[in-house]
Write a protein that binds this ligand. Sequence first.
Ligand SMILES: Nc1ncnc2c1ncn2[C@@H]1O[C@H](COP(=O)(O)OP(=O)(O)OP(=O)(O)O)[C@@H](O)[C@H]1O
Ligand SMILES: [Mg+2]
Length: 285
Amino acid sequence: MTMSDTLLKVDNVTLRFGGVTALDGVDFEVRRGEILGLIGPNGAGKTTCFNVMTGVFKPTAGEVTFDGERVSGRAKYAITRLGIARTFQNIRLFPEMTALENVLVGTDARHKTSVVGALFRLPRVKAEAHTLPESGWRRTFALTFGVSRHIAEERAARAKALDLLSFVGIEGHADAQAKNLSYGDQRRLEIARALATEPKLLCLDEPAAGFNPAEKARLLELIRKIRDLGLTVLLIEHDMRLVMGVTDRLVVLEFGKKIAEGSPAEVRENPKVIAAYLGVPQDAA
Ligand SMILES: Nc1ncnc2c1ncn2[C@@H]1O[C@H](COP(=O)(O)OP(=O)(O)OP(=O)(O)O)[C@@H](O)[C@H]1O
Ligand SMILES: [Mg+2]
């Protein structure tokens, strides 16, 4: 079987919130291995697009397919397992948990036995322990194989989480509570957590918001490193220099509609895009 070049396809997607049409017949594809930029003015529908792709909203019409599977209508966790991960425009971490634990939450999305559950002794895990036979060979068997598998998985997950923290450049903060990390490090931590779900497609919603030029340059490097791992990246970003510098292609939304698509050079010259960004009526551009 040959792998299709298209990893994700947004097919004629419309999403209405009451009277607001947040997405209006949007069509585009994300190609395997590329860094695709999704840009457009405030309120254009970019975040809503991520929300449809990750199962937060079901489209009013149209559908999203990922790696040949229909996404629209599936639950969020099921979409994560298919291989789509995202970060949020407004950082969403578990503030009281350590950086390492936050990444383990991402790792957990992949595993049958919950490492996070084991760490915090959640009720579900306790309940499983109670189902152990009282005695006899069944108990010995369950303990020997069940528990050792559990410990091995927990170790592997921790090692992987540490690797990811080091990959995004914050391994020194593994044991710090997420709320005590700097703003930039929290954004990096979100990326590490998303990567922990072992995605094929990583969707970043304004990862450089609030960054200074030096932090932006580091982020750009990180995005390239992520692509070099073999991942596909979909990037929402307002900073045009960053977008133009890192993306292979761009899709431009305005008022819920796709108004342009192409290479950064093509899109930059597109009169509709210029008008959308400068706020000039289209016929005057
Ligand atoms: N949950 C919601 N309920 C109602 N309207 C919504 C909801 N989410 C988004 N919208 C509306 O949908 C439109 C698109 O919003 P969206 O957040 O996707 O824009 P955006 O392109 O991400 O903008 P920004 O660059 O400011 O983040 C806006 O008009 C917004 O008010
Ligand atoms: Mg947004």
